[in-house]
Unconditional design. Structure first.
Length: 180
């Protein structure tokens, strides 16, 4: 029997996917392509705002993930433990990306011009260290996202319909079972 995720979990998954994929793709694009200063500023400002707003949603999602795993107990099959370990690593790396993204700021954090948070670090050496760790963790996260997508594809091709479980529509037969 497969697990069907709650609407809340599905919403948090797709919100996370959209923000993470956008921030990684646009950040790497700006970092590795010649772009105008205005484009670099626009992408940087948008990414700072989006990811700052994303932090509480990420914490909520991580809390749900780890609470669910705790409730399942320790008697998981090897493949389930491996899946848990990879997902836990993804959560850990996202956390590092978010924390270092905040710490590497060279000025106040401006969220869509509505809220400003003070610059967390003043020491240029620490800011540069955070910037370096941020860049490396973004690369690791990109590899983990690619691994995640390959695993999804592998599951789908193996007949385990994991994508269907991550959409809002109820699985086939749910209404009939509910009506009985």
């Amino acid at each position: 029997m497969s697990i069907h995720y709650s609407r809340r979990r599905v919403l948090l998954h797709w919100l996370s996917a959209a923000i993470i994929l956008w921030a990684l793709a646009s950040g790497f694009y700006v970092a590795f392509n010649p772009v105008s200063a205005s484009t670099e500023h626009w992408v940087g400002s948008l990414n700072v705002s989006l990811t700052t707003l994303f932090i509480p949603f990420f914490l909520w999602r991580a809390w749900l993930f780890f609470c669910e795993q705790k409730s399942r107990g320790a008697a998981l099959a090897v493949d389930k433990r491996l899946a848990f370990a990879v997902h836990a690593l993804i959560y850990l790396v996202i956390g590092v990306v978010l924390v270092t993204g905040v710490l590497m700021m060279k000025s106040a954090i401006n969220v869509f011009g509505l809220v400003r948070f003070p610059q967390p670090l003043a020491d240029p050496v620490l800011i540069e260290l955070a910037n370096t760790v941020h860049a490396l963790s973004c690369m690791v996260l990109s590899l983990l996202v690619a691994l995640h997508l390959c695993a999804v594809l592998w599951h789908e091709l193996s007949g385990r319909r994991v994508v269907r479980r991550m959409f809002f529509a109820k699985p086939a037969g749910t209404l009939q079972r509910a009506q009985r």
